[in-house]
Design a protein around this ligand. Structure first.
Ligand code: SF4
Length: 375
């Protein structure tokens, strides 16, 4: 019988804290999940945890951890389950379990040079001190790949795609990442593989990366950019906009020269930058960057774009609706239909605490939002 979702067979996700799951959308909260710090991938592959999920899929039942896909599909939104099928139809149709996992998302730890305001201690080592002092939660620095990358290579000899999120991928376990790429080049599999990196673009990859990437089918470099000029530096603290712009130019020139290299942009929409979407889309266009992919902050919940009280959300929606860009107008709709205002007070408190801690000023950098809050 065809399973409800094939991803528990085809794919594996290792989070910046080392938790192993079928995919990044899977909610591990109520599971006895495994961690790469203590378990091998082959232990994961034969675990009761994964076997139970697979059995539920074979029974045509939604596992509890798949709630995000289930809710999205009930709201007629394309879930990861659907999007992955659409992206790799042939590979999924021809998949057999003997192939092992063929798709992986592996954060090689949480080492990061930034502490973006909408991020948290789990995903960035730079956050550790501030997170502990302001939220009382200590998240240790985490790099976790075993001595060599054998475990990964052996579990994914037929890999077709890797996502490498952060931390910052060009700071986390770099030598081991490079070793892994060499393994795929030596086996000949690299020519069938695409690699998707999510980088904050404050670090430009050295030549050794480019020399290896030549051997892969496709490299998609996704730059995470959450604002421009002062707003970039406030949100992607303590990143420098000048460095970002220089690195973008270098990436654009690589994209023009290399057939297997392409750039993309991700923009995390939050309580801080929702109002400024129009200026961001226009800036991407002026820079010669592709249209940004916009995701929204879910956690921390007090930084969600819809955290504002109704009147402010309506004002923001009115403003977004004036944009000539359809994607921006769509966020107006989002602001009218979603309400996380139960976290509004926490947002106000925490924004001030972060400002005090970092010596930054929300009121100066986001004057339009400050006015809406105070009116
Ligand atoms: S249904 Fe969704 S959450 Fe569950 S394994 Fe498939 S893609 Fe992941």
């Amino acid at each position: 019988m065809k399973p409800l979702c094939l991803i528990p067979w085809t794919s594996i996700d290792i989070s910046p804290r080392g938790t192993i799951a079928p995919c990044c959308k899977f909610q591990n909260k109520n599971y006895d999940s495994l961690n790469i710090n203590k378990n091998t991938i082959s232990q994961y592959a034969s675990s009761d945890y994964l076997n139970t999920i697979k059995q539920e899929m074979l029974n045509g039942e939604w596992p509890e951890g798949c709630i995000r896909c289930r809710i999205e599909e009930e709201s007629n939104i394309k879930s990861k389950r659907i999007l992955d099928y659409e992206r790799w139809p042939e590979e999924f149709d021809n998949y057999t379990p003997e192939m092992g996992f063929i798709i992986a998302s592996i954060a090689f730890g949480n080492t990061c040079n930034l502490k973006c305001i909408t991020c948290h201690g789990s995903a960035s080592s730079r956050w550790r001190k501030e997170y502990k002092e302001l939220y009382g939660i200590d998240v240790p620095h985490n790099e976790f790949i075993p001595e060599t990358c054998d475990d990964i290579f052996n579990a994914l000899p037929n890999a077709i795609h890797f996502d490498i999120p952060g931390g910052e991928p060009f700071l986390s376990e770099v030598d081991k990442q490079l070793d892994l790429l060499k393994r795929y080049i030596d086996s000949g599999q690299s020519k069938n593989m695409s690699l998707h990196y999510t980088t904050n673009a404050q670090i430009y990859p050295e030549d050794k990366w480019w020399a290896l990437w030549e051997n892969f089918k496709e490299i998609d470099m996704q730059l995470s950019i959450d604002g421009i000029y002062d707003r970039y530096e406030y949100i992607r603290y303590p990143g420098k906009f000048e460095i970002l712009e220089k690195n973008i130019q270098k990436y654009i020139s690589k994209e023009q020269k290399l057939d297997n290299f392409r750039l993309s942009v991700s923009h995390t929409v939050s309580a801080y930058n929702i109002y400024y979407l129009d200026e961001f889309f226009n800036w991407c266009n002026e820079m010669g960057l592709p249209k940004p992919w916009c995701g929204r902050v879910h956690n921390p919940s007090h930084m969600r774009p819809c955290v504002y009280k109704k009147e402010i959300r309506e004002e923001i929606a009115d403003y977004l609706n004036k944009s000539a860009i359809k994607d921006v107008n769509a966020w107006a709709n989002y602001m009218l239909k979603n309400d996380s205002s139960e976290y509004y007070k926490t947002f106000l408190t925490m924004k001030d605490k972060h400002d005090n801690y970092r010596n930054t000023s929300f009121a100066t950098i986001f004057p339009e939002m400050e006015k809406l809050i105070n009116d």
